[in-house]
Design a protein around this ligand. Sequence first.
Ligand SMILES: NC(=O)c1ccc[n+]([C@@H]2O[C@H](COP(=O)([O-])OP(=O)(O)OC[C@H]3O[C@@H](n4cnc5c(N)ncnc54)[C@H](OP(=O)(O)O)[C@@H]3O)[C@@H](O)[C@H]2O)c1
Length: 260
Amino acid sequence: MESLSSLFSLKGHVALVTGASSGLGVEFARALALAGADVALVARRADRLERLAAELKERYKVNAAAIPADVTVEAEVDRAVAEANAQLGIIDILVNNAGVAPTGRAENIKREVWDSTFAINVTAPLMLSQRVARALIEHKRPGRIINITSVYGYVGTGIYRMACYVASKAALANLTRQLAIEWCRYGITVNAIAPGWVPTEMNIEGLEKGDNRARIESFIPMGRLGRPEELRAAVIYLASDAASYVTGTVIHVDGGYLAW
Ligand SMILES: NC(=O)c1ccc[n+]([C@@H]2O[C@H](COP(=O)([O-])OP(=O)(O)OC[C@H]3O[C@@H](n4cnc5c(N)ncnc54)[C@H](OP(=O)(O)O)[C@@H]3O)[C@@H](O)[C@H]2O)c1
């Protein structure tokens, strides 16, 4: 029967969310569970993943698995994907959300900081996407890959000095487009969500310093920071059948940050 909920239902689907131990990753996991998906939770802090898995089972009556892993270690990526497939079934929704945003003047960036930022923000999404896509292709199953980029995948910023971050998010945005082109023949869509400023562990310290919050808000047409739960609808939409003809695109959830 035609209904709004069937358009967006994720019942029968298996999602894997990286960076599910804090901030936006927790909201993405909740959103996918709300829509009925079983969810594998990946990050390094096991205790937080266990707590969230228990919450998802209790609140949304879905299956959830806490799978601690460092996404920059290829063997751990292999293990995490294998464990998720074994515990929940073949992953057909992947949210590449784990990320870091180191700050520092461009002229002083250390090679190891640059490399580790790219390892988490760009290389890990590719490693995870490859493994998820290979299983889907092998089983002739469609799927959804959703990369979490940033408004700073498009523009630089004078607010903080974060050359590693803006470069890595631009790379992830264009990787999204290329994977979309290569994998649409298999029924796998690849899209991105570009959040604007949302208070999380990643930025809260900086936001609370001096007049930083007010300064940042002055760059946002809506005049305020986002709330984590305001990212929920975008991930449900991109993961759902409703977005079957959407690939290679980026949805901005940014209070208008990129509009002026
Ligand atoms: N908040 C914003 O304003 C904003 C804006 C635009 C884009 N974003 C993007 O949104 C995503 C989530 O950020 P957030 O704001 O929610 O930040 P956050 O609260 O700091 O979360 C980052 C997550 O990444 C995980 N992570 C980091 N390194 C990892 C590794 N090596 N292996 C596995 N997991 C790792 C962390 O978990 P563990 O430490 O437990 O491993 C944590 O769960 C990032 O990609 C970020 O760039 C955020």
